[in-house]
Design a protein around this ligand. Structure first.
Ligand code: ZN
Ligand code: ZN
Ligand code: ZN
Length: 372
């Protein structure tokens, strides 16, 4: 099923919202190079390598303006949001930073997208030595955090595709195969269920599961292994990200015990979600369950991260993050316990904030499933 396309008005509204927010954030405007922010604001993602400067300039004192290389102008103009901007191009051989400077105040302060290449920022700094720049996620961390109905529908569809992938992976053979074989199955299934991009396929078997950053290696999976599965990517431009921990054959007592603690922690995290609650409260709720059970030292990462046009973005569910939850925010709740040299357990769902509570976008069984 294809989603409803974003319209020129959707993009124009996002750009207007950014201009309004930049005033409150203490900057004269926002500069956006290719990357997830540009996709969100215009639908434009240059296919070419972006050593040529492309820059969307959003300021209060002019209409949205998009500076593009002349040869990429036709591609840029095909994007729905570019139609809501004035397009200015620069020809190969010309100085793109001089062209950008003409759109900026010589003593301005701008937020610039995190994904801007350093060489472009250095070029801008050299062209306008008195301007200053801040990272977009420093000045406007919640820029893309609240999703509209169409974005939410895409995140739901991506979540459902990830769930279908999990349901099917339960029926493949695990024992005697390598982690990378199961990871390849996960990637294939995500694509079969509609993902255009696979970002990660974690298969952490046995002791490898105790390393949260382990992706998949050549370890052969054995009977008795607990296996952390964590996979996701982009579907129709929006992310999926879910984790479940399965066991090959009958689980040991300790695997059962730790899995149940993590399951209860994940439930407590989801139960803490409602509008107005600070992000750190979601982390605290999940962490308290694990700490009370004696495994606090083995929960070595934040409880969650936002998701949208990327699979990891603000808001972060972490101690110290006082940003209140707002209806429409979407983020993971993914506590884990990692026992070095033995095994790990993680359970993760994407959750959206409704008017009253949290609602999961992943709905597969969170019990400990036994695989072959
Ligand atoms: Zn579809
Ligand atoms: Zn994940
Ligand atoms: Zn995640």
């Amino acid at each position: 099923m294809s989603p409803v396309p974003f319209t020129r008005d959707d993009y124009a509204e996002r750009m207007a919202r950014v201009v309004a927010a930049s005033g409150d954030a203490g900057v004269d405007g926002v500069l956006v190079a290719p990357g997830p922010d540009l996709v969100w604001l215009t639908g434009y993602q240059p296919t070419a390598i972006t050593e040529r400067l492309t820059l969307l300039v959003l300021t209060a004192d002019r209409e949205p303006t998009m500076l593009v290389p002349t040869l990429e102008r036709p591609d840029a103009e095909r994007a729905g949001g570019t139609a809501a901007t004035t397009v200015v191009d620069w020809l190969d051989g010309a100085d793109p930073y001089a062209a950008a400077s003409a759109l900026l105040r010589p003593d301005g302060r701008y937020a610039i997208s995190d994904s801007t290449w350093a060489m472009h920022l250095l070029g801008l700094q050299a062209a306008l030595p008195r301007t200053t720049y801040d990272a977009m996620t420093t000045r406007l961390p919640m820029l893309r955090a609240v999703k509209d109905v169409n974005e939410l529908a895409r995140l739901e569809a991506a979540g459902a595709a990830a769930d279908a992938t999990y349901e099917q992976i339960l029926h493949v053979r695990f024992s005697g195969r390598k982690e990378t074989d199961v990871a390849a199955d996960l990637a294939r299934l995500l694509r079969e269920h509609g993902h255009e991009q696979v970002d990660f396929t974690v298969v952490g078997s046995g002791p490898n599961g105790a390393n949260p950053h382990h992706e998949a290696g050549d370890r052969t999976i054995e009977v008795g292994d607990a296996i952390v599965l964590d996979f996701g990517g982009l579907m129709h431009g929006y992310g999926s990200d879910t984790s479940r921990t399965v066991c090959v054959g009958e689980p040991s007592e300790v695997i059962r015990e730790v899995h149940e603690i993590v399951r209860l922690a994940q439930q407590a995290g989801v139960d803490a979600v409602r509008p107005g609650v600070a992000c750190q409260e979601v982390d605290r709720a999940a962490r308290a369950v694990i700490t009370d059970a004696g495994y606090g030292e083995q929960f070595i990462h934040r409880t969650g991260h936002g998701i949208g046009t990327t699979t990891h973005e603000p808001p972060y569910m972490i101690e110290g993050e006082e940003q209140p939850l707002v209806p429409g925010m979407c983020f993971s709740v993914e506590p884990g316990v990692y026992l070095a040299g033995r095994f790990g357990v993680r359970i993760e769902d994407i959750v959206t904030v409704t008017d009253t509570a949290g609602r999961r976008l992943n709905n597969t069984d969170r019990g400990l499933q036994v695989v072959e």
